[in-house]
Design a protein around this ligand. Structure first.
Ligand SMILES: Cc1cc2nc3c(=O)[nH]c(=O)nc-3n(C[C@H](O)[C@H](O)[C@H](O)COP(=O)(O)OP(=O)(O)OC[C@H]3O[C@@H](n4cnc5c(N)ncnc54)[C@H](O)[C@@H]3O)c2cc1C
Length: 451
């Protein structure tokens, strides 16, 4: 009797180095692959607009690739715990496989489902696939987790090297009668009125094949200049792999193993470790997007919000050229260079005195790589409220940053040639106001939350 294997795709929209898919193939029974659009499970954060656009195209690509190999991708929508158990029941699954997730609400869904499926006599196996090290394996001598990057990194290096990536399967044989699937177009992931995605279409080709091509191209052409030029937004020296890693079109194991042998890869590999650190931080602090990691920041005296200033920041109309260039790059492409992300975030929090959470939400909606861990982690890093954060008193001066990292003004003229030139705030005065506000934080009780 046939007892199909159910493979549940989540943040791992790839065939290569996909241990859940590999295990299902090795089991030898026909496969049903499913992706569930879950906007209903408790605590799930609805995807932002740019992320929805990316997801649509990446699912389209994955579905096509499964079909080319004799399989198919079933699309279902609803709370995953119910949807996946109903589908397992419907196909009479003998086993269910997935790759692990590390956000709090996701873990709770996965744990509940595992228990329920096992109670029905179905084998359930989950795998490590989107982080090089499982969060519970990187611990201090006293068994707690790291809140500072450098010792975290050292502890990772002392662990066994990340495993070798798995090859891409040639066949993914499906069941004879695929279960019903939603039509991708009916999910409404693409913007229609208005269709603001032209810049995204110009910039990106979502899906595993394009991700694979970009990795090869980066390793061959750009990695040698990465350490020297990674901070220059006009240099095109970074990998642009963040949305690929966000959606799992590439596995970090693949990126790691292909980069590690290349001369001069140290700085790049260290950024991959920052990604790990952000995810480990989220694992231990599931409220990362809403709660200051340092409780003393709860005392920060945010002034009443000036919506016009927030609007000017969001739309690149602040009159500060590097900030406006970054915000316009983001709006057009769904991406912003890392150095510029730091500058625009510092400007919002420290020159406009607007709560980092509002900046985080805007990035969440507009970034194609918007990531449950990296986004709030980095916002808290810039704000000074986070793990191993930049000290609050380090206020980036966007003019000096532009002189240093965009000395010929190439980036600014690409994105903000027609932006206003009169700054909406005085950089020196607002810096002083920020430091005065920080004095209140300094007097508040210190230390890590709950610790
Ligand atoms: C305020 C702010 C918000 C951010 N939000 C996100 C986000 O939502 N999603 C996201 O992936 N990155 C985020 N970052 C981190 C970083 O800016 C991007 O990962 C990077 O710009 C992506 O470009 P790249 O792939 O060319 O990076 P590369 O320099 O080529 O780095 C390689 C990979 O390392 C990881 N990485 C690099 N820098 C960081 C970092 N500081 N923290 C964690 N991982 C990093 C990314 O996965 C990246 O793809 C944010 C940074 C700031 C300052």
């Amino acid at each position: 009797m046939v007892s199909p294997s159910l493979v549940w795709f989540r943040d791992d929209l790839r065939l290569a180095d996909n241990p859940a898919l590999r295990a299902a193939i090795d089991r030898g029974e026909p496969i049903v692959a499913v992706f569930v659009l879950d906007e209903e499970s408790p605590g799930f954060r609805p995807l932002g607009g740019a992320a929805r656009w990316w997801l649509h195209h990446s699912l389209e690509s994955l579905g096509g690739r499964l079909r080319d190999r004799g399989g198919f991708l079933v699309l279902r929508r609803g709370p995953a715990e119910r949807v996946v158990s109903e589908l397992a029941d419907e196909i009479d699954a003998g086993a269910v496989f997935w790759n692990r997730r590390y956000g709090g609400p996701e873990r709770s869904v996965d744990a509940g489902l595992k228990t329920a499926l096992r109670a029905d006599g179905i084998d359930v196996t989950s795998f490590a696939a989107s982080l090089l090290h499982e969060p519970w394996t990187v611990t201090t001598g006293s068994g707690t987790h790291y809140s500072v990057f450098t010792p975290f990194w050292r502890a990772c290096v002392a662990l066994p090297a990340p495993r070798t990536p798995l090859a891409e399967p040639r066949d993914v044989a499906g069941v004879d009668h695929p279960p019903a699937s939603d039509a991708l177009d009916d999910w409404g992931l693409l913007p229609t009125s208005p269709d603001w995605a032209a810049g995204l279409r110009e910039t990106w080709e979502p899906g595993e094949p394009a991700a694979r091509r970009r990795l090869t191209e980066f390793l061959e052409n750009d990695l040698p200049s990465y350490d020297r030029a990674r901070d220059e937004p006009a240099a095109g020296a970074t990998s642009l792999l963040s949305p690929r890693l966000r959606w799992g079109e590439l596995s970090p194991f693949t990126v790691w193993h292909e980069a590690v042998g290349v001369e001069g890869a140290g700085g790049f590999l260290s950024e991959l470790r920052w990604r790990e650190f952000a995810w480990h931080t989220l694992y231990h602090s599931p409220d990362l997007a809403t709660t200051n990691l340092r409780p003393e920041f709860d005392a920060f005296p945010w002034p009443p919000l000036d919506p016009a200033q927030l609007d000017a920041w969001q739309h690149g109309e602040t009159g500060v050229p590097l900030v406006d260039a970054g915000m316009r790059e983001l709006w057009h492409t769904g991406y912003m260079h890392n150095r510029v992300r730091m500058v625009v975030a510092s400007f919002l929090v420290k020159n406009l005195l607007i709560d980092w959470r509002l900046g985080e939400e805007w990035f969440w909606d507009t970034l194609v790589d918007a990531d449950e861990a990296n986004n709030p982690f980095n916002w808290q890093w810039v704000a000074g409220s986070g793990a191993d954060a930049a000290p609050y008193f380090r206020v980036f001066n966007p003019e000096l940053q532009a002189k240093k990292f965009d000395p010929q003004g190439l980036y600014i003229s690409q994105w903000a040639s027609d932006a206003p030139t009169e700054p909406i705030v005085d950089l020196g005065e607002t810096r002083k106001a920020a430091l005065a506000a920080y004095d209140v934080v300094k007097r508040a009780p210190r230390g890590p939350r709950g610790g």
